[in-house]
Design a protein around this ligand. Sequence first.
Ligand code: F58
Length: 795
Amino acid sequence: MIQMKTPPLRDAILRHLTYSFGKDPEHAILEDWRMALSYAVRDRIVDAWFKATERTYDTGAKRVYYLSMEFLIGRLLEDGIVNLELVDEAKAALAEFSKDYNEVLTDEPDAALGNGGLGRLAACFLESLSTIGCPAHGYGIRYEHGLFRQSFVDGRQIEQPELWLGQRHAWEFERPEVRYRIGFGGHVDTRGETVRWYPSEEVEAEAFDTPVVGWKGRWANTLRLWSGRAIHPFDLDAFNHGDYAKAAAPEALARTISRVLYPDDTTEQGKELRLKQEYFLTGAALRDILRRFNNQFGDLRRLPEKVAIQLNDTHPAIAGPELIRILHDERGIPFDESMEIARATLSYTNHTLLPEALESWGEALFGRLLPRHIQIIDQIDFTHAQKNPTRTQSMRSDHQVKMGQLSFVMAHHVNGVSALHTELMKTTVFEELHHLHPDRIVNETNGVTPRRWLLACNPRLAGLITEGIGEGWVDDLEQLEKLEPYIEDAGWLERYAGVKRANKVELSNWMGQAHGIHVDPDMLFDVQIKRMHEYKRQHLNILEAIAHWQEIRENPDAGWTPRLKLFAGKAAPGYFFAKDIIRLINDAAVVINNDPVTNKYLKIAFLPNYNVSLAERLVPAADLSEQISTAGKEASGTGNMKFALNGAPTVGTLDGANVEIREHVGAENFILFGMTAEEVMERRTVESHAQKAIEADPRLASALNAIRDGRFSPSEPTRYHNVVGNLEGADYFLVCSDFTDYWRAQREVDTAFADPQGWARMAAFNTARSGWFSSDRTIRGYMADIWKAKSLLDR
Ligand code: F58
């Protein structure tokens, strides 16, 4: 490899400004500066990247492939700067040109190539894989439009297309030489033992690579995203006949496949495209993996020894049948052996037990798009049934292809994402398969990368920590426990509280400037930020706020703890109930914030367009973390970990990773409420459970009445009848039944927050004891228990 001397960052910026972008400092616009700095940082990442690639080849090490329909990476410039420890140098270099560091960083669009936790987890994992030095690739889709942009008009969610590629993007390398043909439809030809699939439609997948650098630039892996292209991009004949639309049609059609990220709703037409996207990603990734394997090792029987493929949920589950198809149909390996090789290579992570979120495909659609794969699935199913004669459930029932069953059977390990969720997998969706394969389900509780979610987003706290215990915590987060003795030191605790206060001031200023929302930073910042979903129960939160408001009005001088309730989150465009909840929160905010009697004590704000960058602002400034899902429904949660780490105690149920957070930080530093998963199942069997809860709690009844009477929607009093009707009726997520205890827990919070030192202690214990929730720990778990992969860094 050619070794070049690394120029000072300042010189590199200037060089790129001049020669990559053709601008001098006088004429450069903000975007030019952002691009020049990004290229200067990227150059250094590339050096680490080449070294890592070379070492992986030289050692012949096993490689990990993480297949995911989503990578919610957000902005990348700060990530690179922080991991390469260039913060001071970058600030100084920009200052020389009178440019503000933060302004340059925030010029970068937030790449929202994911919906929520599942996609963000994939991004944290990539960073941890690089920090650990495990050879790995992420494979995904290069969506032209990520998750929609959200704004509010009269409190209602409006969706607009997201345009992250509308500005210049600094991080990807186009690989025009890496292209694969991906087919759909057509027919299957069987001649004796030989089976061949002849697709009727083909598109090309083209690779775009983004290097992902780990801590201190010791290692870098690749995120390879596929973009759709037409094989024959242009119909010259049509063009010559003057039909310009027809001439451009092949290109438009092929590009549709990587055009937009699915925002989690399902129309029939949309479903076909989604299935195509899933096969597009998986087919391209497998060809690429096998090409690389073939170049280095050859013998396909060694695939499981050198390759571990992780399926992020069932979305890439077609990998099982596709790998068998390649091994058997194309390479001539007997079916059963192909199935065993595939199974020994694949593993699957489950992220949800919600029945409506478990993927299944109508067999007519599936068979039409993937005629050979549906045959292979039947053969997998048959083989599995023969080996397990007591089996009752099949991969095909009710004219549906069940992707969860397929993924389970085709994986050597299946993991849950928190301890509770893993146990529930064994007793609910995968009960039968678990009994047949008792060693297959394992737990790998989620984690978050401390580089982004503490060091980068909360520099004040990171500084205080490093001052006390050194910087070892950054890639060994459990070292945070060394902070515990400091918590007993009143002076240190005051500084810890000062950090939080400064973060709150910074957030308040930003909210004022960006959104015209003015708040007092001494209020308790109570934050619920996540996708909008009934099981996450944002409506429980707003109901409690309304009840609280009513109580303050009745007795304004009772010494209330001032509180700001902050919300952010997007609802799937077709999820009307969730959109009603957004509107209700916004409507309630108008009335409550304008109430002169109460607004010293209670304010509500819903910040639009929640994304990774907004989370990075909110997490460091939160006093209280709302994790209030119906027990048994949130597989893990990862926002809960970010808040705990940054010193916001949780008010929460015993759900997902909340359970483990409470165990780690200590029950006295966690505000628990609500039914357990077991009690939830029991409660559902109680007739009129919601009515009973309402009759027993006048505060709840009164809050529901206010909503029903149009107190927050005077121009349209019936606006929330559907919401109230649902809560008083089926109330599947048990909002009413958990209300009273939630109310009690919130008053416990009020009392605790009124003692600033006591609260700071709780917060600091949350930080000191959250080290276990690093995604480095999670990835080490996957490496040891599932992938059997090793780090190539000498430590
Ligand atoms: C989330 N799932 C879980 N799905 O809800 C959360 O508890 C967990 O912490 C996280 O995964 C990581 O394990 C999730 O984010 C999605 O966004 C789906 C994407 C595809 C469409 C349906 C939603």
